[in-house]
Design a protein around this ligand. Sequence first.
Ligand SMILES: Cc1cc2nc3c(=O)[nH]c(=O)nc-3n(C[C@H](O)[C@H](O)[C@H](O)COP(=O)(O)OP(=O)(O)OC[C@H]3O[C@@H](n4cnc5c(N)ncnc54)[C@H](O)[C@@H]3O)c2cc1C
Length: 476
Amino acid sequence: MSATLGTLLSELEPSWQIRIFEKLDSSALESSNPWNNAGTGHSALCELNYTPQRADGSIDISSAVKVNEQFQVSRQFWAHLVETGTLPVPQSFINATPHMSFVWGADNVEYLRKRWEALKDHPLFSGIEFSTDAETIRSWAPLMIPGRAKSQPIAATRIAAGTDVDFGALTRLLFGVLTDRGATLDLDSRVTGLKRTRNGLWRITYRREVGQTPFVAYARFVFVGAGGHALNLLQKSGIKEIRGFGGFPVSGEFLRTDNAAIVAKHLAKVYGKAAVGSPPMSVPHLDRRVVDGVPSLMFGPYAGFSPKFLKRGSWFDLFASIRWHNLVPMVAAGLGNLGLVKYLIGQLVARKETKFEALQEFFPGADPKDWYRITAGQRVQVIKKDKKKLGVLQFGTEVVAAADGSIAGLLGASPGASTAVPIMIGLLEKCFPDRIESWKPGLMTMVPSYGTLLSDNAAKADVVLTSTAETLRINR
Ligand SMILES: Cc1cc2nc3c(=O)[nH]c(=O)nc-3n(C[C@H](O)[C@H](O)[C@H](O)COP(=O)(O)OP(=O)(O)OC[C@H]3O[C@@H](n4cnc5c(N)ncnc54)[C@H](O)[C@@H]3O)c2cc1C
């Protein structure tokens, strides 16, 4: 998020001084690290939680269209950076990887058919294929059919335009661009305090990992892009807009294999359907990942609980975030999400064998000796006050900004990395209302669809999707 915002600002206002504080000894070691997230360029091509079934049986595609539209904004920005030579060969961070949805059971097959019918003529989903034929599905994903009962009803959709993104590589590349342009990246520098000064600047207190002396820096504008730790830092800033917000951390694990013979047979990201009542982050998926040019497979996520707000956070993060103003929303959100609590407890106590069976539902021939566990990043889900209820747990992300636009931060989790560009453009609109008009031409150069919706204009969608795919060397 910070790398994206910094790059956008350095394009729009090259003379501005940018300083980045990172508490670890390198960037992209938390959620944006490739092994801490799923690397799915979230375009709702395969994630079934974006296309719920209505009570009348029809499919609501509005969230899917919105998420796809957001990802197209990110793709355009990245294509602009490749075209201008700012970013190197796109395969250093993005790779064409077909996206599939795969379901079993008669009801799920019917659901997937209806979803495909609702999406297939939409300009952002053109090319989506549907099949209930085992041989066809096997040709798309060879590991998924052998070992499956012939009587089991199955169905899949596939769309070649899907991508796998190494958000860690992208983050490091963007920070490289920023430092080349004169920004300062202070590693091993943990921000511990944010305070508004009388003359309207923000006083940033930070500590180096070595030594206990606090350092101080001043800024006109601060973006708190601290991932899971953004809540605590925004609370420290004292802005009233953060009142009532809380966070609920969910940890996770993936299974990974680097066995080349297995990896060579799975050239897609395949998302399944979450069990009824389980949260969106529990959707199981078997993904081909390309990290540092090397392919491997990842399956998960398995959820868990840890009170840390960052993978390398503190055991006290959750407790330290509790304030009088967010106590009621946090308790209310907890009571209103007993299903999630039950799901997490179920995941925590699940035996290793039971967890592995979830993978075998996708890949019946999977052998435990080929797979090992990796710990994923922490997701801190947003808890906030709600007009109808006392507090709600929210999936997705939320920008919280002071009324005067001098400080803003990002709360929440997925999708985040894929939608970083539209989220950060939204932040610019919110925090710099007096400048946004003069930035419009620049934004339209970086994101040709800026200010419009591709889903409303099939001809423009075709031009934009084709040209970004050509530049990024991915499928249309
Ligand atoms: C299991 C999992 C799967 C996911 N899958 C996807 C996916 O497939 N697609 C997708 O789009 N999104 C996905 N996401 C979400 C995505 O990873 C995040 O939205 C995104 O990486 C967040 O980026 P960020 O810059 O806000 O945070 P981060 O990448 O976490 O960066 C925050 C940085 O701030 C630093 N920091 C924290 N506190 C301080 C401090 N006090 N001082 C200085 N530095 C500090 C941290 O060390 C870290 O480097 C997933 C997340 C998880 C956990």
